[in-house]
Design a binder for this molecule. Structure first.
Ligand SMILES: [Zn+2]
Length: 200
């Protein structure tokens, strides 16, 4: 028997989620059909809530209902900006209580293969913000992957003629690890032990 059209549709949507391949997507699609109709209703309501109530901050990329809790907070230190490639990393850093500056989320990482350039991922916008708002320190907390390293070096080089300090969090963190998997103490230490980057 041919797979139900709705299973195909649901699977192709679930495949958009991180780490979900074809098989898991199909499994999730069937699991959705196996939910009670009440559970499916809750799912619909939660998704509808995301659609109607939530906005994404164009600067730091965090989600909010009313106004961005970081960019609009007058008590944040406005002379520091911490750069991540995924807005969920902001919450890993916030949980440490070690950082009170601003945030900026890139739209990905520099990757010639995926045709990601500095304009698309928002590096030009970051540069303009730092210069216009006289931010003194750019703290890079990008992944330690090849693309992450490449992007960190590109950004530090960009500021070579500016009086802006570019630092990166101290990766005593194993290569390839994402912030979301680290405990608060490790993140807090790597933040406090951040190092100045060579701009050349
Ligand atoms: Zn924001």
């Amino acid at each position: 028997m041919e797979m139900l059209e709705i299973i195909k549709q649901l699977s192709s949507l679930y495949k958009k989620f991180p780490t979900v391949g074809s098989k898991s997507a199909t499994r999730l699609a069937y699991a959705t059909l196996n939910l009670t109709s009440d559970e499916r209703k809750q799912l619909i309501e939660a998704l509808e809530y995301c659609n109607v109530k939530l906005s994404k901050c164009p600067t730091c990329g965090s989600f909010f209902e009313d106004k961005c809790p970081f960019c609009s907070d007058p008590n944040r230190e406005k002379d520091k900006i911490l750069v991540v490639s995924d807005s969920k990393d902001i919450y890993s850093i916030e949980n440490t209580n070690s950082y009170k500056g601003l945030y900026y989320t890139l739209n990905g990482l520099l990757s010639p293969l995926k045709n990601q350039d500095q304009e698309k991922i928002g590096i030009n916008k970051l540069y303009a913000k730092v210069i216009n708002e006289k931010i003194k320190e750019v703290i890079l907390a990008l992944p330690t992957s090849f693309e992450g390293e490449n992007t960190s070096f590109y950004i530090s080089h960009l500021f070579k003629n500016d009086k802006v300090s570019v630092t990166r969090i101290a990766y005593g963190i194993p290569v390839g690890t994402n912030l979301e998997y680290l405990d608060q103490l490790t993140i807090s230490r790597s933040l406090n032990g951040r190092k100045e980057m060579d701009k050349e």
